[in-house]
Design a protein. Sequence first.
Length: 171
Amino acid sequence: RDPNSGYMWPIVVSKIEDVLEAYPIVDGIQIFDADGRNIIGGRNQWLPDSPQIRERIKWGVRRYGVFSNSNPVPGIIKAIRTLHRPDDLEMDMAIYVFGDEFTGTADSVLRRIDQLNPEDEEGNRQVAINAIGFPNVIRYSFSMGQTGLKFANLMRELTYQHGGAFIAVND
């Protein structure tokens, strides 16, 4: 968040829009904040993909002013718990995390997410986790501790273990 406006940094909004454009058609879509709150509604269920829903997502992200803790883990856990259907072997689910801070401990998070999204016999997982990290906290000195580096390290390992990719945005 931009501390001056309280809204998402424009680069964050732009990268969310880039991901939406990279996947022009999906079976369902949903967006949570870091604390696991629905940003545009949907009562913890998949929203049907449509141009109108995508516009609501873009508008909702641009105008979302609700403060959340610097911890993406509750949102990841909620997405897996409420949207993933482990018995549906045809389900191909991906999570995209957009963030810049993490204040917790990586080892406990990795264990918890591993329990929620276990490997099958071939080492594959049903939910892929991807992340896009922003340098805001590293660049600006108003952060406490090494929360930006902790985020990058957690996401690098989490995405590696869960078949995704971590991209660090340069500006």
